[in-house]
Design a binder for this molecule. Structure first.
Ligand code: NAD
Ligand code: ZN
Ligand code: ZN
Length: 348
């Protein structure tokens, strides 16, 4: 088969590799019908994730069709249309049992293994360990292009942003960064009945998009951000402030937006230390959360997509075939400039 192989920092090749096969009785092999690219894939290509070694097939998001199952797989059969999520779970280790498969201990000690510790989904086919506990059947009325965003970005915005931030009915929420993850938080904040959702971004296209995803107000990020948000919240600050960029200054801005007793939910992946003014924050009774997505909300999100409550397909702005995968990376790598959110990649 053909797959996108990481060949060291800055290098990737769409080339022939060996077909994946069932290795363990709990494995399935899935033909990839739809995949996409994540910001994390760009970090890997910059050489920021040393655990990804040369020769690794990239990608951790797919919708596809089961083509083979091991003897131990009971819940899935050849021909099933399935979602392959970013997180793999054995279902048995202590972290899986407490609902935190992001730290599944069984394969490499972390739940994110595709395109990281084992070969990934930007390929014609992928081997899926612990298929019974990791794959999800895609409901008949949910398209591949709706389901693909439930592999990573939508559960990330929902779990690490909205759920960790404890958004409740009537809350005011600020979301700093309106990329795929921030927009996913904005899109799912409505499920908890927020009264006001303020999107903050430096990019005008992204701010316009945020309104389409359910933001009630927008603020162009800059020196006056805090004052503008205070004005919009009777001088109080928001109940929940969500960070979805990953820079020290954006987390500092996010932390400055909450009222006493509020929640700061950091989703951003940080590459350098971040200084926060705890000398001012301690007396505010605020909570700060952070973490790697578990993807345990996928069954709920699939139901909400199936019923039409979450139009997840809005996230897909550009389409490419496998043969055009390098072009897909070029567009996604300059997403804001190309007015792109997420790309959809299919075999043909
Ligand atoms: N915690 C997790 O499990 C997890 C999972 C996936 C992604 N992430 C992280 O979430 C973050 C967002 O991911 P994404 O794919 O949406 O990224 P993205 O690059 O598509 O979006 C980031 C947005 O932030 C905006 N931005 C940049 N600088 C800004 C500033 N100073 N002020 C306001 N806005 C600014 C950009 O214009 C862009 O719209 C990244 O750090 C990513 O690594 C975390
Ligand atoms: Zn990802
Ligand atoms: Zn586990």
């Amino acid at each position: 088969m053909k797959a996108l192989v990481y060949s060291g920092p800055g290098r990737k090749d769409w080339r022939d590799v060996a077909d994946p096969a069932v290795q363990e009785p709990t494995d399935a092999v899935v033909r990839v019908d739809t995949t996409t690219i994540c910001g994390t894939d760009l970090h890997i290509l910059h050489g920021d994730v040393p655990a990804v070694t040369e020769g690794r097939i990239l990608g951790h998001e797919a919708v596809g069709t089961v083509t083979a199952v091991g003897d131990g797989v009971k819940a899935f059969a050849v021909g099933d249309r399935v979602l392959v999520p970013a997180i793999t779970k054995c279902g048995r280790c202590a972290y899986c049992q407490r609902g935190m498969p992001s730290h599944c201990q069984t394969v490499g000690g972390i739940g994110w293994i595709f395109g990281h510790l084992i070969d990934g989904t930007q390929a014609e086919s992928v081997r899926v360990p612990y298929a019974d506990t990791s794959l999800y059947q895609v409901p008949e009325n949910v398209t591949n292009e709706q389901a693909i965003f439930l592999a990573d970005s939508l559960p990330t915005g929902y779990e690490v942003g909205v759920l960790a931030g404890q958004v409740r009915p009537g809350d005011t929420v600020a979301v700093v960064g309106a990329g795929a993850v921030g927009l996913s938080a904005i899109q799912t904040t409505g499920l908890w009945g927020a009264s006001k959702v303020i999107a903050i971004d430096t990019n005008k296209f992204r701010l316009g998009t945020a309104l389409e995803f359910g933001a009630t107000d927008i603020v162009e990020g800059g020196p006056g951000t805090r004052e503008k948000v205070l004005e919009m919240t009777d001088g109080q600050g928001v109940d929940v402030a969500i960070e979805a960029v990953g820079f020290p200054e954006t987390l500092q801005t996010t932390a400055s937006l909450v009222r006493p007793g509020g929640h700061i939910a950091n989703i951003g992946v940080h590459g350098v230390p971040v200084e926060l003014p705890l000398q001012e924050m301690w007396i505010q009774n605020v909570t700060l959360t952070m973490g790697l997505v578990d993807t345990v909300s996928i069954p709920i999100l699939l139901k909400m997509v199936a019923s039409g409550r979450i139009p997840s397909e809005k996230m897909g702005t550009h389409r490419f075939t496998f043969a055009q995968i390098n072009e897909a990376y070029d567009v996604f790598g300059n997403a804001a400039a190309n007015e792109a959110l997420k790309v959809i990649i299919t075999p043909q």
